[in-house]
Design a protein around this ligand. Structure first.
Ligand code: NAX
Length: 314
């Protein structure tokens, strides 16, 4: 039997947490021969609810689950973790300005960065604003290589794959090389120029530039809001699924005709900016058209503004 891998999940009593921890404990994320010790972090006020999550973990009797550590002190809960999925974040409250949201979340990621300041731990930031939270975390975890931190863009990639597959009337497995650039926000840039469908360029299969520029991008970027409107709650199952895939993207070899998207630190920009990655390296020389180039400038500008709003925490 392999050594247990210690996986931290923050915001574990929240909606995404509830869709995520059971899948990790079952072996779906790291493999059915890898024992797991879960480290669950919540705010003080949600610890009771977290107890319920733990009771249900017990009741699943997962053979691979070798233990659960839980609490509200990041220094204690993160002790010894190998992988940390940071879902917990403060949602935007009524009347709250975007600037306040950025600042409140920055404070969370300052303290979590300090608590995770250890080489070797892989950190996926899911809590929004994910890219800027990742930047704050990285600046407060000085000993941690920046390559060990990513922000989640997999959900946007998966949404883009699903939209292209539907339009082309093929299964999602036929759609590959879908990059999302920039910020996890409505300025994100889903790349139709490099995507392939059944091995051909998506543009040649769909042959409708107007649809690609407008409907495709709008559907992907507004999907989160549409789900809130339909469900009364934000996406949780699909977000948890994407978190699991993001970790798999990180630890497994990338299939040779594909790549994946994640927010990574770009030293020349001093930002966590989403890129296409193959075997953990940014795919160089991806060409996009002028329309997408303009959009990439806008998403970068937004990330710079977010960084300016949290400057005191960097
Ligand atoms: P919930 O509000 O259901 O759960 C969040 C949980 O985090 C709560 O239980 C809360 O008590 C906890 N929490 C807050 N501050 C914490 C802290 N300092 N330490 C530990 N736990 C803390 O939200 P949920 O729907 O689960 O979404 C969580 C986050 O994911 C949100 O910020 C959301 O915007 C973000 N998302 C990011 C996505 C991405 O693609 N990057 C997609 C899905 C999701 O919207």
């Amino acid at each position: 039997m392999k050594e247990p891998v210690r996986v931290a999940v923050t915001g574990a009593a929240g909606q995404i947490g509830y869709s995520l921890v059971y899948r990790i404990a079952s072996g779906q994320m790291l493999g059915y021969d890898v024992p797991i010790i879960l480290h669950l972090l919540e705010v003080e006020g949600a610890l009771n609810s977290l107890k319920g999550v733990e009771m249900e973990l017990d009741d699943c009797a997962f053979p691979l689950l070798h233990g659960v550590v839980s609490g509200s002190d990041p220094n204690k809960v993160f002790d010894g973790v190998d992988v940390a999925i940071l879902v917990g974040a403060k949602p935007r409250g009524k009347g709250m300005e975007r600037k306040d949201l950025l600042q409140d979340n920055a404070k969370i990621f300052v303290s979590q960065g300090k608590a995770l300041n250890r080489k070797g731990v892989k950190i996926l930031v899911v809590g929004n604003p994910a890219n800027t939270n990742a930047l704050v975390l990285s600046k407060n975890a000085k000993d941690l290589p920046k390559e060990n931190i990513r922000s989640m863009m997999r959900l946007d990639q998966n949404r883009a794959i699903a939209v292209l597959a539907k339009k082309a009337n093929v299964l999602t497995k036929e759609v590959k090389r879908v990059a999302i650039y920039g910020n996890h926000s409505t300025t994100m840039v889903p790349d139709y120029c490099n995507a392939t469908i059944s091995g051909r360029k998506a543009i040649d299969v769909i042959k409708d530039k107007e649809w690609l520029e407008k409907d495709f991008i709008d559907t992907v970027k507004n999907r989160g809001a549409q789900i809130i409107e339909a469900r009364g709650l934000s996406s949780a199952a699909s977000a948890a699924n994407s978190a699991i895939q993001s970790i798999q993207d990180w630890v497994l070899k990338t299939p040779k005709d594909d790549f994946f998207s994640a927010g990574v630190y770009m030293p020349e920009k001093d930002l966590f900016y989403s890129q296409a990655l193959f075997d953990q390296k940014i795919v160089a020389d991806l060409k996009v058209d002028e329309f997408l180039e303009e959009k990439m400038k806008a998403t970068e500008k937004e990330l710079i503004e977010e960084r300016d709003a949290v400057r005191i925490y960097l």
